[in-house]
Design a protein around this ligand. Structure first.
Ligand SMILES: NC(=O)c1ccc[n+]([C@@H]2O[C@H](COP(=O)([O-])OP(=O)(O)OC[C@H]3O[C@@H](n4cnc5c(N)ncnc54)[C@H](OP(=O)(O)O)[C@@H]3O)[C@@H](O)[C@H]2O)c1
Length: 284
């Protein structure tokens, strides 16, 4: 495993396993146990995924020492206030059956993010969270949150894959010491990413799969990647990326796949904000 050091000195694994859209508790527990057995140490869940309890059970069953694991969970919009964050964080701790969280994120830049951030800062200072961060924030929102609060986010977890490479955003975060973590590393399989001719040709050169090439590309960019699979063989495959290195030429070839457009949703589009706010009963 390779690690990055966050802006507060905490070590974070560069490759993680995510559990979005694995809602069945039995499956969640099985795949997380499989992931930890494979070697993953970073597990990414969220209050809104509804599977924190199953993740907690897998952590206990894994037998791996707590200090060797790096557990992330996230605050959902429904609790995006100071009081909401205080309550929801405790609930996540209880569901995960943990004493502390390694990384706790504001899941979306929506709602009272400032009030919530101050609650996170308090937990951070009490030692209940080792690093605090955000998700789906754009550089202007990162600057605003950082400049008007005490603790700067350690991580921003964003949509990032071969079709949406965010070079300028990555450069800004590198300059400000905010670690980029990607979600949707496989663009959730959209646009036939697993059979893309460029990725297929590159993967054949190294005796790897397109999935492994996409994760290796992120590792070489300095991006912490998350991938999700409910299939044990693919869980293992996605971890097997430490024994090869993409050449500069292949990195450049992959850079040419960028379309600079989200394949999910643009968090700066008012329709996205209205949609997400609508999920928690906020409408005009
Ligand atoms: N912060 C946020 O707003 C946010 C949003 C979305 C996701 N996330 C996080 O990021 C994680 C990953 O994102 P994601 O789950 O949306 O999508 P993803 O990892 O880009 O794609 C998952 C899809 O790829 C398939 N897959 C996985 N490995 C494969 C392989 N080696 N070959 C072929 N297909 C493969 C999976 O199917 P199988 O399961 O059948 O293998 C699944 O359909 C999530 O689990 C979550 O932790 C965060």
């Amino acid at each position: 495993m390779e690690y990055t050091v966050l802006n507060n000195g905490v070590k974070m694994p560069m490759v993680g396993f995510g559990v979005f859209q694995i809602s069945d508790p039995k499956t969640t527990q099985e795949v997380v146990e499989e992931a930890i057995k494979t070697g993953y140490r970073l597990i990414d869940t969220a209050q809104s995924y509804g599977n924190e309890e199953a993740v907690g059970k897998a952590i206990k069953a894994s037998g791996v020492a707590r200090e060797d694991l790096f557990i992330t969970t996230k605050l959902w919009i429904s609790d995006m206030t100071y009081e909401g964050a205080k309550r929801a964080f405790q609930e996540s701790l209880e569901k995960l059956d943990l004493d502390y969280i390694d990384l706790y994120l504001l899941h979306q830049p929506i709602g009272d993010t400032f009030g919530s951030w101050r609650a996170l800062e308090e937990f951070y200072k009490e030692g209940k969270i080792r690093a605090i961060g955000v998700s789906n924030f754009k550089p202007d929102q990162l600057a605003n949150l950082s400049l008007f609060n005490e603790v700067r986010p350690a991580v921003n977890q964003i949509e990032l894959h071969v079709f949406h490479q965010k070079e300028k955003e990555r450069a800004y975060m590198a300059q400000k010491g905010i670690q980029v973590e990607s979600w949707g590393a496989f663009a959730e399989g959209k646009f036939d990413v697993f059979t893309n001719p460029t990725l297929t040709a590159i993967s054949a050169k190294y005796g790897k799969t397109p999935a492994q090439v996409m994760l290796r590309w992120q590792l070489q960019l300095g991006v912490v990647s998350l991938s999700k699979s409910a299939n044990p063989e693919r869980v293992r495959q996605n971890f097997d990326i430490f024994d090869f290195a993409l050449s500069d030429e292949d990195m450049a070839e992959i850079a040419s796949l960028n379309r600079d457009a989200t394949v999910f949703m643009d968090h700066h589009d008012e329709k996205t904000v209205e949609l997400l706010a609508g999920f928690v009963g906020k409408t005009f």
